[in-house]
Ligand binder design. Structure first.
Ligand SMILES: Nc1ncnc2c1ncn2[C@@H]1O[C@H](COP(=O)(O)OP(=O)(O)O)[C@@H](O)[C@H]1O
Ligand SMILES: [Mg+2]
Length: 293
């Protein structure tokens, strides 16, 4: 579904250049439900915006289904955004039209696309648990309910890929659990591929795979050991919880580059060079031998 290799995004303004993505590699299979985690400023939104056709990549490869997002024309991009991807933002104001009812909101993208499917709009709202509230205006709904409407809207044009940028960023834990369960249900019912950006590690147990982005590069992958096991989540929902259910792998790109965690480098006082040794079965990275030593 998604294939990304050496993806680069540079933001240029008059004085400065920000390299938000510095050669990111990531592939996502059709039907997968995965999460991207990373600190603020690590490039998560930049990446999602590129996948969503909201921003253009600077260089590298990025393909979604049959579309090459580096070469896609503006007209094709409009079609891509209408039919291939659904997007959910953390900020609801971007997802919703407050003066319309829930069902009217879900039907709006269908209308823009020229074919309203009332039965499907109702089905989507039922799936997100809002059957009883579909004729309520959005300002009559709670934040969590509005976020569920946003999910229904994002699916209204039957996208193949659903992108969610911090969808549980401004709701409580209970609502956040409910939203993750809805994503899983949609993933199963519709077969839609789902990529969720989050900085909440406790959500990780709810997805098949977690990829960590650090400084605009994919650095670590956590793959579920047992797909039927759910994370304990909640209180100890930190790195340890992630590792209880997931096996951690460092990402190695096609030419063999990998990113060593900064903590490791600092611990060994490695700056710009290290020595590497291969004993037939293990690769060992060490700080360079001190010359005075
Ligand atoms: N439109 C933009 N113009 C300039 N810099 C940007 C723009 N968008 C993002 N950045 C910069 O790119 C980096 C990655 O940002 P972002 O993708 O929003 O990170 P995240 O979503 O992981 O918090 C940050 O340094 C941010 O300041
Ligand atoms: Mg962001």
């Amino acid at each position: 579904m998604i294939h990304c290799e050496g993806l680069v995004k540079i933001f240029k303004s008059d004085e400065i250049e920000v390299v938000a993505l510095q050669g990111l590699n990531l592939s996502v299979k059709e039907g997968e439900m995965m999460a991207i985690i990373g600190n603020s400023g690590s490039g998560k939104s930049t990446f999602l915006n590129i996948l969503g056709g909201l921003d253009r990549p600077s260089a590298g490869q990025v393909r979604v289904g049959p579309w090459d997002l580096l070469k896609i024309t503006d007209d094709q991009l409009v079609e891509y955004k209408r039919n291939t991807v659904g997007f959910i933002w953390q900020n609801n104001a971007r997802n919703l039209l407050p003066y319309l009812t829930a069902i009217e909101n879900v039907e709006m993208p269908m209308m823009l696309n020229g074919k309203v499917d009332r039965a499907y709009a109702e089905q989507l709202l039922e799936w997100v648990g809002l059957k009883e509230r579909m004729h309520n205006k959005l300002h009559q709904l709670s934040g969590g309910e509005q976020q569920r409407v946003a999910i229904a809207i994002s699916l209204s044009n039957r996208p193949k890929l659903l992108l969610a940028d911090e969808p549980t960023g401004s709701v409580d834990t209970q609502t956040s659990d409910m939203i993750m369960n809805i994503f899983r249900k949609m993933n199963q019912e519709l077969g839609v591929t789902i990529v969720i950006v989050t900085h909440d590690l406790s959500l990780a147990g709810k997805v098949d795979r977690v990829v960590a982005i650090r400084d605009g590069l994919t650095s670590t992958e956590f793959i579920k050991r047992n797909p039927n096991l759910d994370a304990a989540g909640g209180e100890q929902g930190h790195n340890s919880a992630l590792q209880q259910v997931h096996e951690a792998y460092v990402v190695v790109d096609r030419v063999g580059r990998l990113q060593v965690p900064r903590e490791y480098l600092e611990a060994l006082e490695i700056n710009d060079k290290a020595s590497m040794e291969f004993d037939g079965d293990t690769i060992i990275i060490r700080a360079p031998k001190s010359l005075e030593g």
